[in-house]
Design a protein around this ligand. Sequence first.
Ligand code: ACM
Ligand code: ZN
Length: 535
Amino acid sequence: MSRFALIISMIFCSVVAYAADYTNVIVPRPLSCKAGEGEFELSTKTIVRAQNESLVNAGKIFADDLSAVLGRKLTVKKLAPKAGAINLVIDSKLASEQYLLNITKSGIWITGGTERAVFYGLQSLLQIAAAEDVARGVVTVAAVEIDDKSHFEYRGSMFDVCRHIFSVEDVKRYIDILALHKINKFHWHLTEDQGWRIEIKRYPELSKVGAYRDNTLVGRNRRSNTYDNTRYGGVFTQDEVREVVAYAAERYMDVIPEIEMPGHAVAALTTYPHLGCTGGPYKVWNRWGISKDIYCAGKESTFEFLENVLTEVLELFPYKYIHIGGDEAPRDRWKVCPDCQKRIKDEGLANEHQLQSYFMERIERWLNERGRSIIGWDEILQGGISKSATVMSWRGTKGGVAAAKLGNNVIMSPNTYCYIDYYQTSDPKANNEPLANGRRPVTMRTAYSLDPYAGLNEHEQGFIKGVQMNLWTEYIATFDHAQFMLLPRIAALAETGWSYGNKDYDDFSRRMHILRKLYDKQGFVYASYFFNGVE
Ligand code: ACM
Ligand code: ZN
């Protein structure tokens, strides 16, 4: 392109912006997008007319978010659709996560199969508005007809609030970031070796003992021997948990609590040493890694404790799925524990792997009887699993592939593509990345290249319910840092989850540069490596 043509095209682009090819704007990429005739002036005077109370709420969240673009909040009311407005409507003939976004000269219509789908239509409209130029509280959006639908039903992100704890406001902000990307599951990792983070009324000592560690490792695990001098911890009260769950529900997001068992349990064992094989004493961990001390699978008191904990958990979390961990549970203590060995004998189990299966299946049955289903990390496959367990594949995709071949539902969350506690560039040192986990980086390109169906035939692919990114926080002590790890990589996962079959990395990269403007307007913190062309 000549210099002259380049200047003209730059001027043209900034005036007629995206000429309604909003497939060039929205992340995750929409299924279809047809340019219409003319444009609509969206201003602070435009009213959002919602069909029902839930949609009024959705409209208010949109108005809040859009105020970062327009400078003022739109009015939202429960009203029948009308020209000149943004109209939010349900059409149950559409799929549950399908919306039509129609921008015309005479108004905007968002029609969704469910309220959640309308909410996603609003996220697309927000991204469109943020991409265009705003002048004096008015943004001109081009006429367009978008028909969009999610590919995977499960699009999630896990936040570990145990290695480091974050405030309720931080957790809500995390949920905001997910919602913008049409993520619909928030997996909340609440119990660990380094801290128990959920108030259980029956066991108040968990909040006093299990929720605190004496100090914390400084620097890299296994390399450093230095600890700070600060007692560290805290717990989310049940009221706070309810507040987070309600906040997520307003954004049509399901919350999946994770109560880890039989491993990653040192905080609980410190509080109640009789729950371990040796009887302790134990100490809430102040460093990272895998503990050999896990719940005793032989003693009935372990199951009594976990069932009592889960009874309260079920009251707080209405979504069907409960994550019960299952990962990284060394068998060392079980091998020499008389109670565990007696259990193996009494139940006719072959070995400690089957003892873990006994453990998980017993808790699963208890949850099933209460109308719930379990998700577990891929270790739950060892020793056999029930048909109804959902496997979250984290040690690569192998576990997920094996589970799908067995006919179990699977969420693909392989560390190689989905662990956002890992470095973001191939040369962390040269790029001054803060200390992170992982041997190999998860760059944007890597994250984007996940194919959750790889290695599976069409029938087996049906068991892949979706994808998830995980943010473990060993080296992440502040929420700014957490956002820096989450953004922009969560956008890559969102596109695999929502737009599978319709992905193109170069196209995605261009759209991300546009979405970045919205990140700025919303005040999100993000890593700029990708935006600066550093991989
Ligand atoms: C895990 O990363 N241990 C699930
Ligand atoms: Zn034991």
